[in-house]
Design a binder for this molecule. Structure first.
Ligand code: T46
Length: 142
């Protein structure tokens, strides 16, 4: 999928004197059923996470605390996005290579995912990902 399809979603927020409450409902605020939730926390300075693509998985990444940069790559184009607003999520489509770095101290990356964990859904080798992305680009049915 083209990197342009990865986009920032604004999430509904209920703010009052007690603080903010941000809501994400599957198929309402994200275009998928939420089957899995995980988060990256206690990330040491200088860490780089990701370095893979998914074949089918759709995700929403939210910086619920602090911030970090995400580099998205569809095999043709790249874009870099900073996430540092807990009211926004980054939608990542299938077949997007991603790397996450520049984590601020104490940042937490919450991930809402459309599928259960399956290692077979990963491309962890960049050359393999590129070859598959090119094949799909030439196959109108993919
Ligand atoms: C992504 C970024 C943002 C599991 O057993 N279950 C899970 O649901 C996940 C996500 C991971 N794992 C295991 C697999 C590895 O042995 O946890 C270990 C670390 O996973 P990984 O190296 O894939 O972690 P990240 O931070 O590089 O990537 C993860 C997600 O895998 C990925 O989908 O987009 O967070």
């Amino acid at each position: 999928m083209p990197v342009e399809d990865c986009r920032i979603l604004d999430l509904p927020i209920f703010a009052d004197a007690r603080g903010d409450l941000v809501v994400v409902e599957g198929h309402e605020h994200v275009p998928f059923d939420i089957k899995r939730v995980y988060y990256l926390c206690d990330v040491p300075a200088g860490s780089v996470r990701g370095g893979h693509a998914h074949k089918q998985l759709v995700q929403l990444l939210i910086a619920v605390s602090g911030g970090f940069d995400i580099t998205l790559d569809d095999g043709r184009n790249r874009k870099r996005v900073r996430l540092d607003n807990p009211q926004q999520g980054l939608l990542i489509c299938p077949m997007i290579w991603r790397e996450i770095d520049n984590f601020s101290q104490g940042s937490v990356c919450l991930v809402l995912a459309s599928l259960h964990y399956d290692e077979a859904d990963y491309y962890r080798d960049y050359d393999e990902f590129i070859a598959s992305a090119k094949d799909r680009a030439h196959d109108p049915l993919s």
